[in-house]
Write a protein that binds this ligand. Structure first.
Ligand code: ATP
Length: 362
C-alpha cells in the first residue's frame, strides 16, 4: 500500500515542533528509510504513520484511505519497536500468534500460521522458548515474525538493527533486505545510521529539524546531496566543504563561460550543471568527497595531521591555510605525519553549493 503524508505538522506539549509541514509519498512495496540525526523527528514520523501519535495538522493516507484520526488497530500497519517489545512470559510461538489471537483466529489455525511464519524466519527450533532464552538476532526475528503474522499492508520498523552487535547487524541487514524483497510489503524504517540506510533502502528521506532535506535513491543522495546538510551527513567519511568564490577565468575575463571557482587559491572549473548559474563575485561552497581527492602539483597545500586506517584505504587529514581537507589513499601509500602534500579534487567530482542557503547549484 502507498503511504502519503500531506503537510503534516506535529507539535508536542511544550511547543516542540517535531514535524514541520512535512509532505512525502512512499510507493506501494517500497523499502523506505527515514534518516537523520537524533531529535530530527524520525520516530515521531513513524509513530504518526502508525497512529501512536496524532498529527496536529495535515493528512496521513494509507492507500487511498485518510487514516489521520484512526487508532493504530484500524490502520492495518505493524510496528516493530527498537527493543522488540516481546512478551517475556509467552513462548516464541505465542508471541508470534498474538496478533492472530487479537483477530480471534481459532487456536489450531493460529498455531499453524505462527509455525509457518517462524519457519520462514528460521525460528522453527525455538517455538517453545521464551524471549530471554534467545540471542538478540533471534529476538529481532521473533518481533518481525509477530509483525508479519498479522499480514499488515505496511511495516514500520524503528531502528530495527540497533540492538545487535556489529557482526550480527550485518547479517540481519542482509536478511531484512531479502525478507522485504520477498514479501513486497511497503516498509518504512527509521535509522540514524547512514550506511544502513544506503545499504537497505530503495529511497531515503534525509531529515533535519522536523523537515525533509532530500528524498532520493541511495545513489542520488550519495552522489548529489541537495544541500550541505545532506552532504555532511551522508558518506562514511564526510564530504570536504570549502568556501570559495566565482572568479573570471584567466583566459578571457569578459566572457562568462571561462568563469572559475577559486577555493583556497586553487582554480576549479565551474561544474557543467552550474554553468550560467554562478557569476564572478558569487560566494559558493565547493564539495568533494575524500575518495575523489588526488595529489596534484598545483593543488591546495597541506600538512599531514592525522592518518586513520579504514581497512583497504586510509583517511588522511591535511591542515591547510584554510579549513582541513581530507582524502583517502590506498593503505600502502600512507604519507608520514608532518609531510607536505598538494591535493585537488578529481576533475568532474566537485559539487557547488550556494554559500547563503547551502543548496546545490544545478
Ligand atoms: P532519536 O534518533 O534520538 O530517536 P528522532 O529523530 O527519532 O530522535 P523524535 O523522537 O521524533 O526524534 O523527536 C523529535 C523531537 O520531539 C525532539 O526534540 C524530542 O525531544 C521531541 N519529542 C519526542 N517525543 C516527545 C513527547 N512525547 N513530548 C514532547 N516532546 C517530544
Amino acid at each position: 500500500m502507498r503511504v502519503a503524508l500531506e503537510a503534516v505538522t506535529k507539535v508536542y506539549d511544550g511547543d516542540v515542533r517535531a514535524l514541520d509541514d512535512l509532505s512525502l509519498e512512499i510507493a506501494d512495496g517500497e523499502f523506505f528509510a527515514l534518516l537523520g540525526p537524533s531529535g530530527c523527528g524520525k520516530t515521531t514520523l513513524l509513530r504518526t504513520i502508525a497512529g501512536l501519535e496524532t498529527a496536529t495538522s495535515g493528512t496521513v493516507r494509507i492507500g487511498e484511505r485518510d487514516v489521520t484520526r484512526l487508532p493504530p488497530g484500524d490502520r492495518d500497519v505493524a510496528m516493530v519497536f527498537q527493543d522488540y517489545a516481546l512478551f517475556p512470559h509467552m513462548t516464541v510461538a505465542d508471541n508470534i500468534a498474538y496478533p492472530l489471537r487479537l483477530k480471534k483466529v481459532p487456536r489450531a489455525e493460529r498455531r499453524a500460521k505462527a509455525a509457518g511464519t517462524a519457519a520462514g524466519l528460521s525460528l522453527g527450533p525455538y517455538l517453545d522458548r521464551r524471549p530471554a532464552q534467545l540471542s538478540g538476532g533471534q529476538q529481532q526475528r521473533v518481533a518481525l515474525a509477530r509483525a508479519m503474522a498479522a499480514r499488515p499492508t505496511v511495516f514500520l520498523l524503528d531502528e530495527p538493527l540497533s540492538n545487535l552487535d556489529a557482526r550480527l547487524r550485518l547479517e540481519a541487514r542482509t536478511f531484512l533486505k531479502k525478507l522485504q524483497h520477498d514479501l513486497g510489503v511497503t516498509t518504512v524504517f527509521v535509522t540514524h545510521d547512514q550506511a544502513e540506510a544506503l545499504a537497505l533502502a530503495d529511497r531515503i528521506a534525509v531529515m533535519e529539524d522536523g523537515c525533509v532535506r532530500q528524498i532520493g535513491t541511495p545513489r542520488e543522495v550519495f552522489q548529489r546531496p541537495a544541500n550541505i546538510f545532506v552532504a555532511g551527513f551522508i558518506g562514511s567519511t564526510p564530504m570536504n566543504l570549502l568556501e570559495g568564490e566565482c572568479v573570471p577565468g584567466d583566459g578571457d575575463p569578459t566572457s562568462s563561460w571561462t568563469d572559475e571557482i577559486d577555493v583556497a587559491g586553487l582554480r576549479l572549473p565551474v561544474p557543467e550543471e552550474a554553468t550560467g548559474l554562478v557569476g564572478p563575485g558569487d560566494k559558493v561552497i565547493a564539495g568533494f568527497r575524500p575518495e575523489y581527492v588526488q595529489e596534484a602539483a598545483d593543488g591546495i597545500e597541506g600538512r599531514v595531521e592525522i592518518v586513520e586506517n579504514l581497512g583497504t584505504t586510509s583517511l588522511v587529514t591535511l591542515a591547510t591555510s584554510g579549513p582541513n581537507v581530507q582524502l583517502t589513499v590506498p593503505e600502502d601509500r600512507e604519507p608520514a605525519i608532518g609531510a607536505t602534500m598538494r591535493v585537488a579534487p578529481r576533475p568532474g567530482r566537485t559539487l557547488l553549493y550556494r554559500a547563503d542557503d547551502g543548496d546545490l547549484i544545478e
